[in-house]
Design a protein around this ligand. Structure first.
Ligand SMILES: *Cc1c(COP(=O)(O)O)cnc(C)c1O
Length: 355
């Protein structure tokens, strides 16, 4: 694949015209890394799709580049979105790239600071509202209609078109679809987009389709309970959503693929986050760990058949939410700058085979 981004690489599968600007920050073409620890533990062939390697650190860039290019093509001068964080970071970057103004509505006090910093430095107009994400999305819809602003949330179909390219990459790299695709589910745009991508590729290349396994956080699991959650709560802010915009798309992906959408607890998310970092060398944001939390949970319950090929989508980069990473008892002691002291301090670890 070329380094020119998803618009160039997958143009034949995207709704582009000659007039669509070929915007790119080098999104897509993310690594598919084979798991060592988790593969061994489950006796499955497990891969991680590192979506945190996209230009703004999450998969949102794949869809944003298409949505922003189409907004620019249509003559829009400004875009607006509601965000749990990553959408605002991505929208702000691509709006700058396209020469558009960007406004983002965020639930006050509920955005990981790395994401906020991104939206800020890229120059978005950030509006924090006294309400949750679902309310921010309602307001965004109203603003979009009243003032003719382009909405770049995943209710914009161009977002899903771009995001489906991740499914293409997985099939292109593995040479076939995995047996299972595991991913976190919040507003449910991504599970909808992946399913669309797998279906399109299956129709063209006659490849099989995976089972779709979506994981929500227990405190924000409307697709598991079957009804909206008025006050969603979870440490995984990117999936803290009570009324997913792509509800029907998620249900279709689940049912047509013979898959399922289930819930993992915040403690399971924390444990999977630590497992990925300490056992696999991969640092993700908490929402991303939900896919691995789900696989570990299945394994413990004896519900994971051996020998399957599974791709876990790791949706976002760990550096976005360092407050979460440091919350679990991070402590560091400053020593005198002397060799002896340092050697003694290291020897403390020698029983643990540090030296
Ligand atoms: C947006 C996001 C999700 C959830 O994706 P949906 O399309 O809303 O289901 C999960 N993880 C990260 C890191 C995200 O940014």
């Amino acid at each position: 694949m070329s380094a020119h981004g998803v618009l160039e690489h997958y143009q034949q599968y995207l709704p582009l015209t000659e007039k669509t600007p070929r915007l790119s920050l080098g999104e897509g073409n993310t690594p598919l890394v084979r798991s060592t620890a988790l593969s061994q533990e489950t006796a499955c062939e497990i891969y991680f799709k590192l979506e945190g390697c996209n230009p703004t650190g999450s998969f949102k860039d794949r869809g944003m580049v298409v949505a922003m290019a189409k907004a620019a093509e249509s003559g829009a001068r400004a875009v607006v979105c509601a965000s749990t964080g990553n959408t605002s970071a991505s929208a702000a970057a691509y709006a700058t790239r396209a020469g558009l103004t960007c406004a983002v509505l965020i639930p006050s006090g509920q955005i990981a600071r790395g994401k906020l910093a991104q939206a800020y430095v890229y120059g978005a107009k950030i509006l924090a509202i006294d309400g949750n994400f679902d309310r921010a999305l309602e307001l965004t819809r109203e603003l979009g209609e009243q003032f003719n602003l382009a909405i770049v949330n995943s209710i914009n179909p161009h977002r899903l078109e771009g995001q489906k390219t991740a499914a293409f990459e997985i099939v292109d790299e593995l040479g076939r679809a995995p047996d299972i695709l595991a991913l976190p589910v919040g507003n449910a745009g991504n599970i909808t987009a992946y399913w669309k991508g797998f279906i399109e590729y299956a129709n063209l290349k006659k490849s099989a389709r995976p089972k779709m396994w979506g994981f929500q956080a227990e405190g924000a699991a409307p697709l598991v309970s079957g009804k909206p959650v008025a006050e969603p709560h979870t440490v995984a802010t990117a999936i803290k959503i009570g009324n997913p915009a792509s509800w029907s798309g998620a249900v279709r992906a689940r049912d047509e693929s013979g898959g399922e959408i289930s819930a993992v607890s915040d403690d399971e998310i924390r444990a999977a986050h630590a497992y990925l970092a300490a056992r696999e060398g991969i640092f993700v944001e908490p929402a991303s760990a939900a896919s691995v939390a789900g696989i570990l949970k299945k394994q413990r319950a004896g519900k994971l058949e051996r020998g399957q090929t599974i791709v876990c989508v790791l949706t976002g980069n760990g550096l976005k939410d360092i407050d979460f990473a440091l919350a679990s008892g991070f402590r560091i002691e400053t020593l005198p700058a002397e060799t002896d002291t340092i050697v003694r301090a290291l020897e403390l670890f020698s029983e643990n085979k540090f030296l």
